[in-house]
Design a protein around this ligand. Sequence first.
Ligand SMILES: Cc1cc2nc3c(=O)[nH]c(=O)nc-3n(C[C@H](O)[C@H](O)[C@H](O)COP(=O)(O)OP(=O)(O)OC[C@H]3O[C@@H](n4cnc5c(N)ncnc54)[C@H](O)[C@@H]3O)c2cc1C
Length: 371
Amino acid sequence: MFDTIVIGAGIAGVSVAYWLKEEGQSVLLVDKKGLLAGASGAAGAFLSPRLGKGGELQRITNEAYLFALEFYKKNTPHSFFQKGLARVPKDDEDAKRFHEYRRHLKIPFKLCGREDLPFLSKESLIDEAICFEEAAFVDPMGAAKSLSDGVQTIFGIDAKPTRESGVWRVGKFKAKNIVISTGAERLPIEAPYLEISGLWGERVDIKTSAKIPMTIHKRISVSANVEGVVRVGATHVRDDERSEIERVNSLIVDAIGMVPALKDQTLLRIYAGRRSSVSDHFPVVGALADLHRTYKTLGVPSKNVKPESSEIDRIEGCFIAGCYGGRGFVFAPLMGKALANKILKGEAVNPLASPDRYLLRYLRKNRFKSA
Ligand SMILES: Cc1cc2nc3c(=O)[nH]c(=O)nc-3n(C[C@H](O)[C@H](O)[C@H](O)COP(=O)(O)OP(=O)(O)OC[C@H]3O[C@@H](n4cnc5c(N)ncnc54)[C@H](O)[C@@H]3O)c2cc1C
């Protein structure tokens, strides 16, 4: 019997487990494959701010970014590489947008030109880059191992949680609460109002002597060189029909186009994963609702019913954390803490991240009745 079983040992599940364990809960972390067997193991795990025009998604992402920097630095120092990062405009249109983005940035940055980025090819820098000296990346596996230290883990369980006599069961294990952090895979619990989609991406690690002191984000990402290893990563568009070999080849060709010194590279390893998101690109973190009971109580809810409202009927002890898109390592620490506070102290999560927003949309569109 545990206080909480966390289903899914990606960075989302590991972070929730970490915070619950820190607060003294007994936690079991289960995964059908293993630690970071999904998108998290494939991630470049760059911690970078979001550029934009100052909207809520940018604000919440950058709050999570600042939190994540301190979190990994403090808790996983051996897996944290604070090398800085340059956001390089992709084309002329992007360069124009960057001028506007600069006005909305509340995070310290400096503008970098050719002299600051001499390792970039001439054609890849068409205008100044926006550089964040504090930006970093983490070694996903090193960080996950440190964070899950003290958490009981069991791998090889394809969890299908059931509830009996007021207790959750996952196989032979029992708990008061469950947290679902199953990434882009099918949810193991009924929540049809959450339409989670996955997007494939690859990362390759290459061995090289190229001097790359800071990470570059353009169409693809090329990390700073740490002990002779550089990570190159990209997620691709949904209708990309190329084979993995073709995509990896083009990733390496693009990387050499950006940093010519990478010509000497030797391929070390290819990683691939599917990152998860929902249509508004905000995270999905909080208590899950009982759709049937909520429909009975609320019918088609009025606009006055907001996410996190007490009028929404909950599935007791059932929570979710995920849908972090291309920023799982950025969101996971802060969102994991928010969910732990929800579970332990009943604190509301940010309504922008609450799964209730989709529940209410679903009911308002009368989709429950029509289904
Ligand atoms: C190529 C690539 C590059 C990326 N680069 C970055 C980056 O630079 N920075 C950044 O912050 N983010 C990056 N991301 C995004 C980031 O990887 C994801 O947002 C994050 O890993 C999602 O974590 P997760 O825990 O939600 O999902 P996952 O890591 O996919 O974990 C879900 C886990 O649940 C398990 N599971 C599923 N169903 C069940 C079940 N029923 N029972 C038991 N276990 C189950 C799976 O086996 C899996 O291990 C990148 C992603 C990709 C693919």
